[in-house]
Design a protein around this ligand. Sequence first.
Ligand SMILES: Cc1cc2nc3c(=O)[nH]c(=O)nc-3n(C[C@H](O)[C@H](O)[C@H](O)COP(=O)(O)O)c2cc1C
Ligand code: SF4
Length: 431
Amino acid sequence: MTSLHDRHINPLILKDLNGANWHLEDYVKRGGYSALRRILEQGITPEQVIADLKASGLRGRGGAGFPTGLKWSFMPRQFPGQKYLVCNTDEGEPGTFKDRDIMRYNPHALIEGMAIGAYAMGITVGYNYIHGEIFQEYLQFEEALEEARAAGYLGDKIMGSEFSFQLHAHHGYGAYICGEETALLESLEGKKGQPRFKPPFPASFGLYGKPTTINNTETFAAVPFILNMGAENYMAIGRPNNGGTKIFSISGDVERPGNYEVPLGTPFAKLMELAGGMRGGKKIKAVIPGGSSAPVVRGDLMMNTDLDYDSIAKAGSMLGSGAVIVLDETRCMVKSLLRLSYFYYEESCGQCTPCREGTGWMYRMVHRIEHGKGRPEDLDQLFNIADNIKGRTICALGDAAALPVQSFVKNFREEFEYHVEHKHCLVPAYL
Ligand SMILES: Cc1cc2nc3c(=O)[nH]c(=O)nc-3n(C[C@H](O)[C@H](O)[C@H](O)COP(=O)(O)O)c2cc1C
Ligand code: SF4
């Protein structure tokens, strides 16, 4: 059986872990809480912490890849009222399952990263919003919080310093849209999880209308490692503009699906090797490299692409949350798109007309094509509907629904045309 660390190259967050050693005692043995201790004991300034994060090249691991140091510098430190720090462990995108492993194997790295963030931004209260469908990890995180409080790493006057930080877990509701940062804030406030108009952004109007910084679980968990190894060393693991390691959740037609932490810039072919190659020795047809909202890429192109934000963008897609979905030669691209379109149609919160209506239209058209009732004009029509959703909605779920449709039709048009003309699938397995 493959052990967890056979899967990784230069791992940081998932290094040397198994199901048993997530507890505080083991984390401290591995050097845990030393970054927070050094900051507080040596009086390292908040400005220095933020400067280090900027130098590390860390980009948000929740999907958009926004530079974390820059986001932290937006927080108005001198704001006289309450400010909040929020961790986004909603993780509802199809294909993404990395944050629950961080919660399962290294919850104290997340707690330490949040405490350092709170210090850097002058925040005293934080929440971790955890997806409603992951129950075990939520309970374990509550236990980890208790351990950290009892040892003085959370609470009042942390490690005898003047810095206090109260961190709470919040179990969410299992809706994909609650991962969108402003919908998450609404949900955390006890309201229906629907995105807010932006601006104002959470840095000025966040939780309960107060300045708030939101980051993804993996983003926070990387912070202690960056400060321990030094920003330049972290940057050097990856590539310029793509610092450090990234956890890729690989699923689909590979021999060993799972989470793999590798340096940004690792060739996709190497990740495939770690994951045991294609299941049953079949040929690769397509890859969705960054979660279900990222455009699909043809398999041969992906096999020559490196796993970093810039290289994947050059291949026409996005690194997103790092959820890599691999499809082999037997997969029908129409049927695959039908499944994805249904997801976005189901998950639209319904606030904006282009998203609410457009996702339904796209789903019904792909359904029609899949079931032998497609018309030749449907393909251009699909493209057109997607174009009329993109950029015309309150939140990015609209774009997330439109991009797969356009990329599937563009990159695998021959399969869609075959379905329309012959009323059945081109792929022999589906005949
Ligand atoms: C529909 C939708 C769902 C999202 N789901 C998540 C999620 O589950 N986890 C996450 O971290 N970010 C998610 N995001 C992105 C967040 O809005 C936000 O950009 C992110 O949490 C910021 O953290 P980062 O800068 O560390 O990446 C989602 C965005 C959209 C539009
Ligand atoms: S884009 Fe869709 S999910 Fe986002 S606010 Fe509009 S209707 Fe809701």
